[in-house]
Design a protein around this ligand. Structure first.
Ligand code: UD1
Ligand code: MG
Length: 435
């Protein structure tokens, strides 16, 4: 498969080489810049350590910028075969020079500009997401202010999608076709869905956070799962390529450098962390996934590799939308005596009251082992509840765990969910959507 791609002029090896360089560059620059960030005041206290030292924060901005550089460096390789084709036939060097003078117009005419567009638009959207992250990390934006901004960043992508594909229908599963027909046209709703995806992906990574390595770790797992899904569309015989092969190759070229820079960041952010990634990395990585799904035309499949994040978002909703009081930090509580993490709690008092009906729902969820609450014996009112994040819920189920163990278990669970999701997509879906 790899050699057939190579023979076809696909720059897979160039992408791999540039991603390797991006890894090395990110690794070094993060290591060298830590002190500078500390001096500038970009630092955070690692709350889950016996001696909670301050370490550099906002370091994810460096790999994000290296990614943009890597993408820029990669673009000429996309046109390698086109340039060879356009300049071939010119014979020797003199012929070539002479040809160049009167061939500029022909060159521009033949240059496949439409192949450049996805990279340009993707770069713009990612740069906008990185800018948002920088604003958030330096000014600590309020949640309600920053929530919708990624949707604006994705507008050029949606425009490109409209021009390039313009498809806004979904296939209807076989059992429902009698009622709805073979496909349902979603129209503008499909664009609203894609904009929502670009809000969801960055934010959901940012709220599945709080233990060393989890933001980068989950992004790496998602990136690898999408690359695996992309690889399934690359037929070993280039003579009969899958109709979606081109868009999945684009996805691979956008994801390989992300894997490179993220591996470098993980080396520094894994337990015991030497740097924090900051919100910039979360927005950037989340936006890469939204970009590849929109441009690669697989925005519904994307949800299958985001199952834990979707669960975490839905589970968090009562706190995010202030039905249950939400403390500034919801990361698991560190027990200094045991050295293990336990579920952190939100406490309710007269200043931070809990509506009685919500208290009753929490009690039911407690019985179902979906949350842990404490109840006042005399009044029967809920006085505290474990914070509504998947990390705390995992600790409710599994008991106290060491920080790296918790991160590993969550990443393993995420990998299993993603593989199962993709399996459903590629096997069961065939049955459901069989014509
Ligand atoms: C999100 C979460 C918040 C969680 C925080 C942790 C929501 C709505 N927000 O907020 O509940 O507490 O991420 O990242 O769910 N930290 C550690 N160890 C780590 C990572 C972070 O102690 O491994 C602490 C550090 O003090 C660091 C701070 O978290 O300075 C970073 O928090 P920040 O990313 O600014 O929080 P938010 O993204 O706003
Ligand atoms: Mg954050």
């Amino acid at each position: 498969l790899i050699s057939s791609l190579r023979n076809n002029g696909e720059p897979l090896f160039d992408s791999l080489a540039i991603s390797g360089l991006a890894f090395a560059f990110s690794y070094c620059i993060i290591r060298w810049s830590g002190d500078t960030f500390l001096k500038r005041g970009f630092k955070g206290r690692d709350m889950s350590k016996k001696q909670p030292i301050e370490i550099p924060e906002f370091m994810g901005v460096l790999p994000a910028l290296v990614y943009l550089l890597a993408l820029t460096a990669f673009v000429p390789f996309v046109f390698k075969s086109d340039i060879v084709e356009m300049t071939s036939g010119a014979g020797n060097k003199d012929d070539l020079l002479e040809a160049q003078q009167n061939e500029t117009v022909r060159f521009l005419h033949l240059f496949p500009l439409e192949k450049l567009a996805p990279y340009g638009f993707a770069g713009f959207t990612l740069a906008a997401a990185i800018l948002l992250g920088i604003m958030d990390d330096t000014f600590d934006l309020r949640w309600r202010h920053k929530f919708f901004i990624p949707a604006f960043a994705s507008l050029p992508l949606l425009a490109l999608y409209g021009i390039k594909y313009g498809e806004t229908h979904v296939m209807v599963p076989a059992p429902l076709r009698g009622y709805l027909g073979e496909r349902t046209e979603l129209g503008m709703l499909y664009y609203v869905y894609m904009a929502a995806l670009s809000i969801f992906c960055p934010n959901c990574i940012n709220i599945l956070a709080g233990i060393n390595g989890i933001e980068v770790g989950q992004s790496l797992v998602i990136a690898c799962l999408i690359v695996l899904n992309d690889a399934l569309y690359l037929s070993p015989t280039v003579q009969q390529p899958h109709p979606a092969a081109e868009s999945h190759l684009l996805s691979i070229y956008l994801l390989l450098p992300l894997i490179g820079v993220s591996l470098a960041l993980l080396q520094h952010n894994w337990f015991p962390a030497k740097v924090f990634v900051g919100d910039t990395y979360c927005y950037f990585a989340g936006m890469v996934f939204a970009v590849v799904a929109i441009l690669g035309h697989f925005s519904k499949t994307l949800l299958l590799v985001f199952i834990p994040q979707i669960f975490n978002f839905v589970y968090s909703a009562p706190q995010l939308f202030a039905l249950v009081p939400c403390p500034r930090h919801r990361l698991p509580r560190f027990n200094a005596r045991t050295g293990l993490l336990e579920p952190s709690v939100a406490t309710f008092s007269d200043e931070r009251p809990l509506r009685p009906i919500v208290g009753e729902v929490l009690k039911i969820l407690h019985k179902l082992k979906l949350v842990r609450v404490a109840v006042d014996e005399t009044t029967g009112r809920v006085t505290e509840s474990s914070n509504l994040t998947i990390l705390n819920l995992w600790l409710v189920w599994r008991g106290p765990l060491r920080e790296d163990r918790l991160a590993l278990e969550i990443l393993a669970m995420q990998t299993a969910c993603g593989l199962a999701g993709l399996w459903v997509r590629h096997s069961l879906a065939l049955m459901l959507f069989a014509v």
